[in-house]
Design a protein around this ligand. Structure first.
Ligand code: KIV
Ligand code: NA
Length: 278
Protein backbone atom coordinates (compact mmCIF):
# COMPACT_ATOMS: atom_id res chain seq x y z
CA UNK A 1 0.00 0.00 0.00
CA UNK A 2 1.19 3.54 -0.77
CA UNK A 3 1.53 5.88 2.20
CA UNK A 4 -1.62 7.90 2.89
CA UNK A 5 -1.15 11.67 2.45
CA UNK A 6 -3.28 14.77 3.02
CA UNK A 7 -3.84 14.88 -0.76
CA UNK A 8 -5.15 11.30 -0.67
CA UNK A 9 -7.52 12.17 2.20
CA UNK A 10 -8.88 15.14 0.26
CA UNK A 11 -9.34 12.95 -2.83
CA UNK A 12 -11.22 10.42 -0.69
CA UNK A 13 -13.71 13.13 0.24
CA UNK A 14 -14.13 14.12 -3.40
CA UNK A 15 -14.64 10.48 -4.40
CA UNK A 16 -16.94 9.88 -1.41
CA UNK A 17 -14.70 7.14 -0.06
CA UNK A 18 -15.11 7.10 3.75
CA UNK A 19 -11.95 7.74 5.78
CA UNK A 20 -11.22 5.33 8.68
CA UNK A 21 -9.31 6.65 11.69
CA UNK A 22 -8.54 5.00 15.02
CA UNK A 23 -6.40 6.17 17.92
CA UNK A 24 -3.26 4.27 18.96
CA UNK A 25 -0.69 4.99 21.63
CA UNK A 26 2.06 2.38 21.27
CA UNK A 27 3.92 0.13 18.84
CA UNK A 28 1.80 -3.05 18.86
CA UNK A 29 -1.55 -1.24 18.66
CA UNK A 30 -0.32 0.93 15.77
CA UNK A 31 1.12 -2.15 14.04
CA UNK A 32 -2.23 -3.97 14.30
CA UNK A 33 -4.16 -0.93 13.03
CA UNK A 34 -1.72 -0.62 10.14
CA UNK A 35 -2.10 -4.31 9.27
CA UNK A 36 -5.90 -3.96 9.44
CA UNK A 37 -5.74 -1.28 6.73
CA UNK A 38 -6.63 1.86 8.69
CA UNK A 39 -6.24 5.11 6.70
CA UNK A 40 -5.00 7.28 9.57
CA UNK A 41 -3.91 6.85 13.17
CA UNK A 42 -4.49 9.55 15.75
CA UNK A 43 -2.15 9.63 18.72
CA UNK A 44 -4.89 11.23 20.78
CA UNK A 45 -4.42 12.94 24.11
CA UNK A 46 -7.24 10.56 25.09
CA UNK A 47 -4.20 8.51 26.13
CA UNK A 48 -4.54 10.51 29.36
CA UNK A 49 -7.78 8.65 30.05
CA UNK A 50 -7.26 5.24 28.48
CA UNK A 51 -3.52 4.65 29.00
CA UNK A 52 -2.42 6.86 31.89
CA UNK A 53 -5.57 6.61 34.04
CA UNK A 54 -6.36 10.32 34.43
CA UNK A 55 -9.99 11.38 34.35
CA UNK A 56 -9.47 14.03 31.66
CA UNK A 57 -6.98 14.95 28.93
CA UNK A 58 -5.82 18.04 30.81
CA UNK A 59 -2.85 16.46 32.67
CA UNK A 60 -1.31 15.11 29.44
CA UNK A 61 2.04 16.80 28.71
CA UNK A 62 4.02 17.48 25.56
CA UNK A 63 6.56 14.88 26.80
CA UNK A 64 3.78 12.28 27.11
CA UNK A 65 2.64 13.02 23.55
CA UNK A 66 6.18 12.82 22.13
CA UNK A 67 6.88 9.52 23.90
CA UNK A 68 3.71 7.83 22.58
CA UNK A 69 3.94 9.37 19.11
CA UNK A 70 7.47 7.96 18.72
CA UNK A 71 6.21 4.45 19.45
CA UNK A 72 3.29 4.76 17.01
CA UNK A 73 5.31 6.16 14.12
CA UNK A 74 7.81 3.29 14.37
CA UNK A 75 4.96 0.93 13.42
CA UNK A 76 2.84 3.01 11.06
CA UNK A 77 4.54 2.71 7.69
CA UNK A 78 1.63 3.68 5.41
CA UNK A 79 -1.15 5.03 7.63
CA UNK A 80 -1.13 8.78 8.18
CA UNK A 81 -0.16 9.62 11.77
CA UNK A 82 -1.65 12.69 13.42
CA UNK A 83 -0.64 13.68 16.97
CA UNK A 84 -2.68 15.82 19.37
CA UNK A 85 -1.11 19.00 20.67
CA UNK A 86 -1.89 18.72 24.39
CA UNK A 87 -3.52 21.19 26.77
CA UNK A 88 -2.12 24.74 26.65
CA UNK A 89 0.74 24.01 24.24
CA UNK A 90 -0.71 26.17 21.43
CA UNK A 91 -2.27 29.08 23.35
CA UNK A 92 0.80 31.15 24.14
CA UNK A 93 2.95 33.06 21.66
CA UNK A 94 3.25 31.86 18.07
CA UNK A 95 6.94 31.15 18.82
CA UNK A 96 6.05 28.86 21.69
CA UNK A 97 3.38 27.09 19.61
CA UNK A 98 5.90 26.53 16.81
CA UNK A 99 8.54 25.25 19.23
CA UNK A 100 6.10 22.72 20.72
CA UNK A 101 4.88 21.65 17.29
CA UNK A 102 8.44 21.20 16.07
CA UNK A 103 9.15 18.71 18.87
CA UNK A 104 6.14 16.54 17.97
CA UNK A 105 7.22 16.57 14.31
CA UNK A 106 10.98 16.09 14.79
CA UNK A 107 11.06 13.77 17.82
CA UNK A 108 7.65 12.10 17.46
CA UNK A 109 7.84 11.99 13.64
CA UNK A 110 4.13 12.82 13.37
CA UNK A 111 2.91 13.74 9.89
CA UNK A 112 0.28 16.17 11.15
CA UNK A 113 -0.92 17.79 14.36
CA UNK A 114 -4.43 18.22 15.79
CA UNK A 115 -5.59 21.29 17.71
CA UNK A 116 -8.87 21.83 19.54
CA UNK A 117 -10.87 25.04 19.13
CA UNK A 118 -12.52 27.48 16.70
CA UNK A 119 -11.79 31.11 15.71
CA UNK A 120 -9.51 31.59 18.72
CA UNK A 121 -6.92 29.12 17.39
CA UNK A 122 -6.89 30.44 13.81
CA UNK A 123 -3.54 32.25 14.35
CA UNK A 124 -1.95 28.99 15.59
CA UNK A 125 -3.42 27.01 12.67
CA UNK A 126 -2.12 29.59 10.21
CA UNK A 127 1.38 29.64 11.77
CA UNK A 128 1.72 25.85 11.70
CA UNK A 129 0.36 25.61 8.17
CA UNK A 130 2.83 28.27 7.02
CA UNK A 131 5.61 26.23 8.63
CA UNK A 132 4.63 23.25 6.48
CA UNK A 133 2.80 21.29 9.16
CA UNK A 134 -0.58 19.82 8.18
CA UNK A 135 -3.17 20.76 10.80
CA UNK A 136 -6.28 18.83 11.71
CA UNK A 137 -8.82 20.99 13.53
CA UNK A 138 -11.23 19.70 16.21
CA UNK A 139 -14.52 21.40 17.11
CA UNK A 140 -17.80 20.52 18.83
CA UNK A 141 -17.07 18.88 22.16
CA UNK A 142 -13.43 19.73 22.85
CA UNK A 143 -12.26 17.71 25.88
CA UNK A 144 -9.40 20.07 26.80
CA UNK A 145 -12.12 22.69 27.58
CA UNK A 146 -14.30 20.28 29.55
CA UNK A 147 -14.37 22.47 32.68
CA UNK A 148 -15.47 25.48 30.65
CA UNK A 149 -18.08 23.49 28.70
CA UNK A 150 -19.31 21.96 31.95
CA UNK A 151 -19.77 18.35 30.87
CA UNK A 152 -19.66 15.82 28.11
CA UNK A 153 -22.71 16.97 26.14
CA UNK A 154 -23.85 17.29 22.54
CA UNK A 155 -22.76 20.61 20.97
CA UNK A 156 -24.54 22.90 18.51
CA UNK A 157 -28.09 22.00 19.45
CA UNK A 158 -29.56 25.51 19.28
CA UNK A 159 -29.25 27.76 16.24
CA UNK A 160 -26.84 30.29 17.80
CA UNK A 161 -24.42 27.50 18.78
CA UNK A 162 -24.87 25.80 15.42
CA UNK A 163 -24.14 29.03 13.54
CA UNK A 164 -20.98 29.58 15.58
CA UNK A 165 -19.80 26.04 14.87
CA UNK A 166 -20.29 26.53 11.11
CA UNK A 167 -18.38 29.85 11.23
CA UNK A 168 -15.56 28.18 13.22
CA UNK A 169 -15.35 25.36 10.68
CA UNK A 170 -15.12 27.79 7.74
CA UNK A 171 -12.47 29.90 9.51
CA UNK A 172 -10.36 26.81 10.24
CA UNK A 173 -10.55 25.68 6.62
CA UNK A 174 -9.60 29.22 5.54
CA UNK A 175 -6.64 29.15 7.95
CA UNK A 176 -5.31 26.06 6.19
CA UNK A 177 -6.57 23.03 8.13
CA UNK A 178 -6.50 19.88 5.97
CA UNK A 179 -9.32 18.14 7.90
CA UNK A 180 -11.57 18.72 10.87
CA UNK A 181 -12.83 16.49 13.66
CA UNK A 182 -16.46 17.01 14.67
CA UNK A 183 -17.02 15.58 18.14
CA UNK A 184 -20.48 15.11 19.65
CA UNK A 185 -22.49 17.27 17.27
CA UNK A 186 -25.91 16.49 15.85
CA UNK A 187 -26.16 14.47 12.67
CA UNK A 188 -27.88 17.38 10.90
CA UNK A 189 -25.20 19.93 11.77
CA UNK A 190 -22.35 17.54 10.89
CA UNK A 191 -23.99 16.90 7.51
CA UNK A 192 -24.25 20.64 6.89
CA UNK A 193 -20.60 21.29 7.81
CA UNK A 194 -19.50 18.34 5.66
CA UNK A 195 -21.34 19.76 2.64
CA UNK A 196 -20.11 23.29 3.26
CA UNK A 197 -16.38 22.49 3.56
CA UNK A 198 -14.03 21.19 0.89
CA UNK A 199 -11.77 19.54 3.51
CA UNK A 200 -12.79 16.18 5.02
CA UNK A 201 -14.82 16.05 8.23
CA UNK A 202 -13.98 13.20 10.61
CA UNK A 203 -16.81 12.47 13.02
CA UNK A 204 -16.96 10.99 16.49
CA UNK A 205 -20.51 10.97 17.79
CA UNK A 206 -21.43 13.10 14.77
CA UNK A 207 -23.47 10.71 12.62
CA UNK A 208 -22.97 8.99 9.29
CA UNK A 209 -22.69 12.00 6.99
CA UNK A 210 -19.11 12.88 7.90
CA UNK A 211 -16.37 12.11 5.38
CA UNK A 212 -14.74 9.78 7.90
CA UNK A 213 -15.05 8.35 11.40
CA UNK A 214 -12.66 8.20 14.34
CA UNK A 215 -12.97 6.13 17.51
CA UNK A 216 -10.72 5.45 20.48
CA UNK A 217 -8.79 2.14 20.22
CA UNK A 218 -9.84 0.93 23.67
CA UNK A 219 -13.52 1.64 22.93
CA UNK A 220 -13.47 -0.17 19.56
CA UNK A 221 -11.88 -3.26 21.08
CA UNK A 222 -13.44 -3.47 24.54
CA UNK A 223 -9.99 -3.05 26.09
CA UNK A 224 -10.42 -2.13 29.77
CA UNK A 225 -13.95 -1.31 28.70
CA UNK A 226 -16.02 1.27 30.48
CA UNK A 227 -19.02 -0.14 32.32
CA UNK A 228 -21.32 2.05 30.24
CA UNK A 229 -19.87 2.63 26.78
CA UNK A 230 -20.85 5.94 25.24
CA UNK A 231 -23.81 5.84 22.87
CA UNK A 232 -21.73 6.71 19.80
CA UNK A 233 -19.24 3.89 20.40
CA UNK A 234 -19.51 0.49 18.78
CA UNK A 235 -17.48 -2.30 20.36
CA UNK A 236 -16.10 -4.71 17.76
CA UNK A 237 -14.15 -7.06 20.04
CA UNK A 238 -13.73 -7.87 23.72
CA UNK A 239 -9.99 -8.01 24.19
CA UNK A 240 -10.20 -6.82 27.81
CA UNK A 241 -12.11 -10.00 28.69
CA UNK A 242 -9.67 -12.12 26.65
CA UNK A 243 -6.69 -10.58 28.47
CA UNK A 244 -8.27 -11.00 31.92
CA UNK A 245 -9.11 -14.64 31.33
CA UNK A 246 -5.66 -15.34 29.87
CA UNK A 247 -3.97 -13.85 32.93
CA UNK A 248 -6.36 -15.71 35.25
CA UNK A 249 -5.40 -19.00 33.61
CA UNK A 250 -1.70 -18.16 33.93
CA UNK A 251 -2.13 -17.39 37.64
CA UNK A 252 -4.01 -20.67 38.17
CA UNK A 253 -1.32 -22.70 36.40
CA UNK A 254 1.48 -21.09 38.41
CA UNK A 255 -0.45 -21.83 41.61
CA UNK A 256 -1.15 -25.46 40.71
CA UNK A 257 2.33 -25.98 39.20
CA UNK A 258 1.04 -27.01 35.76
CA UNK A 259 3.17 -24.18 34.36
CA UNK A 260 6.00 -24.44 33.49
CA UNK A 261 5.68 -27.89 31.99
CA UNK A 262 8.64 -30.01 30.97
CA UNK A 263 8.71 -28.50 27.45
CA UNK A 264 9.24 -25.02 28.92
CA UNK A 265 12.23 -26.11 31.03
CA UNK A 266 15.93 -26.75 30.31
CA UNK A 267 17.73 -29.92 31.24
CA UNK A 268 21.25 -31.06 31.99
CA UNK A 269 22.59 -33.99 30.02
CA UNK A 270 24.75 -37.02 30.76
CA UNK A 271 26.67 -37.63 33.99
CA UNK A 272 26.18 -34.18 35.45
CA UNK A 273 22.41 -34.62 35.37
CA UNK A 274 22.78 -37.46 37.85
CA UNK A 275 24.57 -35.16 40.31
CA UNK A 276 21.71 -32.70 40.41
CA UNK A 277 18.58 -34.77 39.72
CA UNK A 278 16.29 -33.24 42.36
O1 KIV B 1 -7.78 12.24 21.80
C1 KIV B 1 -8.58 11.67 21.04
O2 KIV B 1 -8.72 10.43 21.03
C2 KIV B 1 -9.36 12.51 20.13
C3 KIV B 1 -10.41 11.83 19.31
C4 KIV B 1 -11.52 11.37 20.17
C5 KIV B 1 -10.89 12.70 18.19
O3 KIV B 1 -9.14 13.68 20.08
NA1 NA C 1 -7.80 14.50 21.71
Amino acid sequence: RRPVTTAKLKKMKEDRVPISVITAYDYPSAMLAEQAGIDAILVGDSLGNVVLGYDSTIPVTLEDMIYHTKAVTRAAKTSFVIADMPFMTYHGSVDETLRNAARLMQEGLAKALKLEGGMEIVPAVRALTQAGIPVMAHIGLTPQSIHQIGGYKVQGKNSAQAEKLVEDAKALEQAGAFAIVLELVTDELAAHVTQTLSIPTIGIGAGASCDGQVLVFHDVLGYAAELHPKRFVKTYAHIGEAIRSGIRQYVDEVKNRSFPASEHAFHMEGEVAGLYGG
